[in-house]
Design a protein around this ligand. Sequence first.
Ligand SMILES: [Zn+2]
Length: 271
Amino acid sequence: MSRARVCLTVDFDGVSSWIHSFGEADSPTNLSRGLFGVDVGAPRLLDLFDDYGVETTWFVPGHTVESFPEAVEAVWAAGHDIQHHGWSHTRPGTYPDTATERADITRGIDAIEALTGRRPSGYRSPSWDFSPDTLSLLQELNFDWDSSQMGAEFCPYPLRTDWQAPADEPFDRGRETDLIEVPVSWQRDDFPAFAFDRQRGYANETAVFEMWESQFEWMYRNIDDGVYVLTMHPQIMGYGHRIERLDALVETMAAYPNVEFTTVDDVAASV
Ligand SMILES: [Zn+2]
């Protein structure tokens, strides 16, 4: 009988994404969106996960750990996994040099280690892309897995290095590494659908939740041992009515036989 695994993942950006990715450090309204996630959204998500007894994966920037230690401690105390999401939530491609990117990743490791007592094994890139140095830095810093790329839909796979994408030559896929990718999708992320920024983020909520359910059902029917990764942000998913919709989605998925809710770390370790 086939089985399916579901990884509920939470990118707990706090205010870091507004400061470091979107350049909104001087916008009290945008910062307040992050604070909503810390004060309202995260506790609601924790309550929902507790109702179902599921262990989830929270990708937490060091900036969030150090700015809102009690909120992150509540995640850890509730038994969820905490993994790496940068210290400053800087898009990797915008670091000025390798040393700066290394320092930011190292600072993020230290912040998580100070909270949990153990080193993070996995990385999720802020804004879901790598710089030319990110993969080698993850290897150098002994990460086991990543969850930021999209080379498969529901199946983990090894990341490749030394690939080449010259403008005037064929693409070279490079060679496999030991780093496992547990792939994400913009199609299973609440941010592009719902984070209103005057240009986007006003999707039909019913349609989005129906899409997420139909994606799961397709995976269940067609992929043996598929891994369904859903990405949420407390400041987006944490609105009351969305929590209810998420509750219904989790209830639906949990009702299928042989469905396991697990952490990304457990998935990567099983490859
Ligand atoms: Zn993020």
